[in-house]
Design a protein. Structure first.
Lengths: 146, 151
């Protein structure tokens, strides 16, 4: 592996992002809690914030045909949130593959602590160029973070 | 030495076997608002699809999920794992096949396979762990006892 690639991976593994959002009324279900599926939309928000921290504007990239498809999701539900709460999404890079990146996306109610952990999330994303339908190498895509 | 299995009654074993033998399938049509800017179904909506698989499974053997909810019994999700293989588009019909993988004391693990009907392409494989809970007392129900009433 080229020296530069190793450096990009090392840098990515050290990056973490916190993004806070308010629970919307429409996020809750008949059990009066945020529906289990909704956390996935929170992960999207967290990812967009994480990417912007690395100077990647997901909206502008989409217009150029660069998208971030999801390959795998794992969620463990620990606690529940409801309308009136805020959700703090803590994003970290767990693994950098050739064409996939694995992120840990843990969500907390209001503040980060063991007691307020809502869900433990793990998501594998790819980066794809829709113009060519090809996957982009992760370290190439993020090479400008050095 | 007696094992846990010796304590499990014959009826419990029968309920368990019946549950494990059930194969449910249901279909739904992709709606415009299921899709996203990539022209495909947003990955969140596959969760909604297998929720539908769960509802269909339950409606087939119990009085129906909505009746359960009316009586204060809900089915929270404890854990999910999804692998995405292909993507569905507006106009597709999605087939959801549901079966039980494992029955614990307080949890039940479902397997859902999602297919595109037109070419039988596998869209996603899902494993989900659910609980059954009495919403009023917030107590978890024993899974076998809950289903024994219906099977």
């Amino acid at each position: 592996m080229a020296e530069q690639e190793k450096k990009v991976i090392e840098k990515l593994l050290g990056i973490e992002d916190f993004y806070e959002l308010a629970v919307r009324v429409s996020d809750t279900d008949l059990m009066d809690v945020v529906h289990s599926n909704i956390y996935i939309t929170y992960f999207d928000e967290g990812f967009i914030s994480f990417a912007s921290k690395l100077n990647k504007d997901c909206g502008a990239l989409h217009k150029e045909g660069i998208v971030f498809p999801v390959r795998k999701v794992e969620i463990e539900y620990i606690n529940s949130a409801t309308f009136g709460d805020t959700v703090l999404i803590h994003t970290r890079v767990l693994q950098v593959g050739n064409t996939s990146i694995t992120l840990s996306m843990d969500c907390y109610k209001n503040t980060k602590s063991n007691d307020t952990l809502l869900v433990k999330g793990r998501i594998v994303r790819l980066i794809m160029d829709l113009k060519t339908n090809r996957l982009i190498k992760i370290t190439d895509f993020f090479k400008d973070i050095l | 030495m007696k094992t846990y299995h010796n304590f499990m009654s014959e009826t419990d074993e029968k309920v368990k076997k019946k549950l494990l033998d059930i194969r449910d399938s249901t279909t739904l049509k992709v709606r415009v608002d299921d899709t996203d800017l990539m022209q495909v179904v947003h990955f969140k909506n596959y969760l909604m699809y297998f929720d539908q698989g769960f509802v269909s499974f339950m409606d087939g053997i119990t009085q129906g999920v909505s009746k359960c909810v009316e009586q204060g019994i809900v089915f929270p999700v404890k854990r999910i794992e999804i692998i995405y293989e292909n993507s569905a588009k507006f106009g597709d019909t999605v087939l959801i096949e549901t079966q039980v993988k494992e029955i614990g004391k307080k949890s039940i693990t479902f397997l859902h396979d999602l297919y595109r009907v037109s070419d039988k392409a596998l869209l996603a494989k899902v494993e989900s762990v659910r609980l059954a809970m009495n919403w009023n007392t917030k107590q978890l129900l024993n899974i076998i006892e809950f289903f024994a009433e219906y099977l």
